[in-house]
Design a binder for this molecule. Structure first.
Ligand code: ATP
Length: 134
C-alpha cells in the first residue's frame, strides 16, 4: 500500500509525523480526502478534526485552523493548535465551552461574540475528538 508522510506542526512544535494511507480533513472550501500522488495544493483549514488512516485503523487529531500543504508524497499541516485525543484535557475543554456559551449569552460587542463563537467551536471540536464522536 502506498503511503504519505504526514507532519502536524504547531507554534509549540511538532505533534506528529508518520506514514498514512489517507488523510481526510475539512478545508474552508469543504471536505478533502488526500491519497498518495495527490496534486500539490495549499488550503486553509477550519476548526475540525484530521482523520489519518493507516492499515485499517484510523486516528483523529483536533486542529484549530491553519493550513494544509499537499505534495504527492507528503502532507504538512501547520495548525494554530493540534492535539491527539490522549493530549486533550476534557475538563479544560468543558470549562472553555461553558465560558464561551456564557459570553455568547451576555452578548457584548460583535467582536467579543465572534471570539466566543470560535472558542466554543474549539472546545466542541476537542470534546468530539476526545469522545470519538463522529
Ligand atoms: P482555553 O480557553 O482552555 O485556553 P482555547 O481554545 O482558548 O482554550 P487555544 O488558544 O486553542 O485554547 O490553545 C492554547 C494551547 O492550549 C494550545 O497549545 C492547545 O493545544 C492547548 N489546549 C487548549 N485546550 C486544550 C485542552 N482542552 N486539552 C489540551 N490542550 C489544550
Amino acid at each position: 500500500m502506498k503511503t504519505l508522510t504526514v507532519s502536524v506542526v504547531t507554534p509549540d512544535g511538532p505533534v506528529l509525523e508518520d506514514a498514512y494511507e489517507m488523510v481526510s480533513c475539512k478545508a474552508e472550501s469543504g471536505e478533502l480526502g488526500i491519497l498518495p500522488g495527490h496534486i500539490p495544493m495549499v488550503a486553509p483549514l477550519t476548526i475540525s478534526s484530521i482523520r489519518l488512516k493507516q492499515e485499517g485503523s484510523s486516528e483523529r487529531i483536533a486542529v484549530s485552523g491553519g493550513f494544509l500543504e499537499v505534495r504527492p508524497d507528503q502532507v504538512t499541516i501547520l495548525a494554530q493548535s493540534a492535539e491527539k485525543p490522549s493530549d486533550i484535557d476534557i475538563d479544560r475543554a468543558r470549562r472553555a465551552k461553558e465560558r464561551a456559551e456564557q459570553r455568547m449569552a451576555n452578548k457584548q460587542s460583535d467582536i467579543d461574540f465572534r471570539r466566543a463563537e470560535l472558542a466554543l467551536k474549539r472546545a466542541i471540536n476537542r470534546l468530539d475528538v476526545k469522545n470519538n464522536n463522529f
